[in-house]
Structure formats: C-alpha cells, structure tokens
Design a protein around this ligand. Structure first.
Ligand code: SF4
Length: 312
C-alpha cells in the first residue's frame, strides 16, 4: 500500500531519502563544536530554553576535535553526516566557523554537514559562508536545522525561545534564496498547547519549501526549569496513545515531499523524567505505523497545496 520509494512506510523518512538519492544508509554523527547560545551566555538570557539540558540539546554529541580520530579508528559508521548539534552552531565569528565546517567537509567519509542553530544567529557573512561551502563542495550535503518548536507566541515566551516568528520567516527566506535545505524542529506536547495548536504549527510549515521536519515529543529532563514546573504539577506530559494519534494527524497534513527526520525523541535515559514510555523508541514507531495502517492513511493525505511557499 505504501510507496516503495518510502521503504513501504506511511511517511517519507530520512532513511528512504538517503536510499533514494545515495543508494545506501548514511549515519548522522552528533557533534559538539564547543559553542554556546545567546539564551545562555547572557546576551538574551542566562537560563536557556526551559526544556534545554546542560548539554545544550546535544547530550549524545562527541567533541568535533575527536572527529578525525574517530574516523581513523573506525569508531563511527560511514559514510556520515557531521551533525553539529550542541548549542547554537552559527553563534560565532565566520573565522571560527569556517575551519570547523571545512574540517568535516574535506573528509572523504563525510557526506555533508547539518548545522543546528537559531534563526537570530545569522549574518550576511554567515549566509555567504554557506554559499561558499556549497560551491566548493558541490557533492556534499549542507543543511541547516532550526529549532522553531512552535508558532504560538505565548508558548514561545513560556519556553524562553527568545526570537519572533517573523525572525524565523526572514531566515527561512534568506536560506531559500541561497539554496540551503532547512530542517525545522517542532516540539509536540508543550505546556498549554492544544491538539489544534500543534497541528497549526505543522500546517503553517507547509507554506515553505521545507526540506525536512523533526517532530519531537516534549521530554522533561533533570536539571531543567521545565522539570520544576512538571514536579509542581503545572502540566502533564502526553500519553503514548495521545501522541500516536497526534503524530498520525500531523503526518496527514505534511507535504508529501517533506522528509521526516524524526517522529519521537532522543532523551538521554539518565536524564529523562517523563514520559518514560518514550524510551522504547521501537514500540513508539511501531505504534505509529500501526495507527497509520488502521486509518488507511499516509503522509500528506490531508495536505492542500496553497502555492505560497517562501512567498510570505
Ligand atoms: S537555543 Fe538551543 S541551545 Fe540555546 S537554550 Fe535553547 S535549546 Fe538550548
């Protein structure tokens, strides 16, 4: 029932994308390039986003300086994408960023880079850097990952995101102009958001020529301010049943050629307070597939092309 090009899954996964375009599996290696973030260094705030762990949302990341040795010692699987995950990876002068990205791109085992950042941490020099790298490494992937989390300003203010939706839109437009594919991160289950609020965020993203989407279940991690709110019972996390229904509803709305990079969460076991059911990732994914099958549905079933991509 589901397309062979989607590996017979009810959605267009990253795995299927790699198979389609590269004919093989490509691994993502999470890296820590020693960055910080304006939400942590005092520029905007010192406390960080309310859900963010001490590792800057990169709790499994390895130091970027170890990358050559990891490859030489066959400690990572190849070919790989160097995923600059921890903190904000464009929050530094171009003279610092360029050698870091270049070091990964010149490695033959590296299929490309994926740079996690915030839309308010770009400058014309940084856009120009990505243009230069794109030209210099035409056979490598160069992606940007933006943590939007929600389109709703009241939630954005609760989570202390620190930038506006219009800032996100301007950044999307600028990246689209220079031909850099963007993956947007959305968190499902944020306190105070209804089912319709979350669907609204997902459908809003259809207006962009979005390459990829990460749907991430809200995780409550130890040591975060979110954990304090959770312990004071100010909100509840989603149950597996509610999450699976919600994901099915979201997938139906998402443009069919948007690559789904994530449908669950990757909370570190030792830091995760809730929801604990999310630790069984295989079970969550199987439940989503089962639900989609039961509904006889697939990604994009309810999608309507409004024709307004990157035309804000
Ligand atoms: S912007 Fe990213 S790194 Fe910075 S506090 Fe928020 S989640 Fe953490």
């Amino acid at each position: 029932m589901y397309p062979a090009s989607w590996n017979y899954k009810p959605y267009y996964s990253l795995e299927a994308y790699f198979k389609e375009y590269f004919g093989e599996k490509i691994y993502k290696i999470a890296l820590d390039a020693g960055m910080t973030c304006p939400n942590r260094d005092g520029t905007l705030d010192t406390k960080g986003c309310i859900f963010c762990s001490e590792g800057g949302s990169g709790d499994f990341a390895q130091s970027v300086s170890d990358l050559p040795k990891l490859v030489a010692d066959s400690k990572i699987r190849t070919p790989f994408i160097a995923y600059f995950q921890s903190f904000t990876n464009t929050y530094a002068p171009v003279s610092n960023l360029e050698p870091i990205f270049r070091q990964a791109l010149i490695m033959p085992e590296c299929a490309g880079i994926s740079v996690a950042t915030r839309p308010d941490c770009f400058s014309s020099e940084i856009y120009a850097l990505f243009q230069v790298l794109k030209k210099e490494f035409p056979n490598k992937l160069i992606w940007i990952e933006l943590g939007l989390q929600t389109i709703h300003e009241r939630t954005a203010s609760y989570i202390r995101r620190g930038y506006s939706l219009s800032c996100f839109e301007q950044c999307m437009e600028a990246l689209h102009k220079i031909g850099i594919p963007v993956i947007v991160h959305v968190i499902l289950g944020l306190p105070g958001e209804s089912h319709d609020d979350m669907l609204e965020t997902v459908t809003y993203l259809n207006r962009f020529d979005l390459f990829g989407l990460k749907l991430q279940l809200l995780h409550v991690l130890k040591g975060t301010d979110l954990a304090d709110d959770y312990e004071q019972n100010s909100f509840q996390v989603l149950s597996k049943e509610v999450y699976v229904e919600l994901i099915a509803d979201c997938l139906e709305q998402i443009r069919p050629n948007t690559v789904i990079h994530r449908l669950t969460g990757d909370g570190p076991k030792d830091l995760l307070i809730a929801p604990l059911w999310s630790l069984n990732k295989k079970d969550v994914l199987n439940s989503i597939h089962k639900k989609m099958k039961e509904r006889n549905t697939l990604q994009g079933k309810q999608y309507h092309d409004t024709g307004c991509r990157n035309n804000l």
